[in-house]
Design a protein around this ligand. Structure first.
Ligand SMILES: [Zn+2]
Length: 224
């Protein structure tokens, strides 16, 4: 391709069909993280690298995210049976992507991960990203549907370290709040705040989030 100032082409060998293809990635100097939502959704200025995380093979349709681990041997047989054979026609989303293209790419990665029985934490992290993309499109109905799936997978998740587990607990409480389940959310945040072993970072995040929520709730009540 001719030099593109926004993207570079990443060379990929498909883990399923072994064919080669190239897929766009955003050049690092073309975006800047400017903010993070309370569920850690990153907000970028410039381009959005989130749209290019999943490589979708244009030959066979296999979708790959770097967090996936079940990408070999017997898992590929499951993927073949439950995913590849069900695909009608592979899409080609290897160049500039719209948010809709990115949603397709994550949904395909979600299907591949379900077929190969990846860990719940990985499925949760993919589901939350689909929700974030719907948030960017301002489609709350779909956003909430995927936040709900993410919460469900986080509730079955474990991480290999303390910080990872605190993040999972925090997200369960946070997503509960976004889903209107304040009772469950309060339980989760309280646990993080009162547990002596919680790190300062997550204790503060949980306390600030819950206090802000209560404050906004009270303010709204006094207005309406
Ligand atoms: Zn392939």
């Amino acid at each position: 391709m001719a030099f593109n100032i926004y993207y570079y082409e990443s060379n990929v060998v498909c883990k399923f069909c072994k064919k080669r293809f190239t897929t766009y990635k955003v050049r690092p100097n073309r975006y800047k993280l400017v903010e993070e939502h309370t569920d850690f959704m990153p907000v970028y200025e410039g381009l959005n690298p989130l749209l290019y995380e999943v490589a979708v093979c244009p030959h066979c349709g296999y979708a790959y995210h770097k967090s996936m681990t079940r990408t070999y041997g017997p898992f590929m047989l499951l993927i073949d049976e439950l995913y590849i054979k069900e695909l009608k026609k592979p899409v080609n989303i290897c160049q500039e992507r719209t948010i809709d293209d990115a949603i397709v790419s994550y949904k395909l990665a979600y299907l591949v991960s379900k077929a190969s029985m990846e860990e719940p934490l990985l499925l949760a992290n993919i589901a939350i990203k689909i929700a974030w993309l719907y948030r960017l499109k301002n489609e709350p109905e779909f956003e909430l549907r995927y936040l709900d799936s993410a919460r469900d997978f986080y509730s079955k998740s474990f991480a290999s370290n303390q910080e990872g587990n605190e993040r999972i607990q925090y997200l369960q409480a946070e997503l509960s709040l976004r889903l209107g389940d304040s009772k469950e959310s309060k339980k989760g945040f309280s646990r993080l705040i009162s547990d002596r072993s919680t790190s300062n970072k997550y204790r503060k995040l949980a306390r600030d989030r819950w206090e802000n929520y209560k404050y906004n709730e009270n303010t709204n009540e006094s207005i309406y």
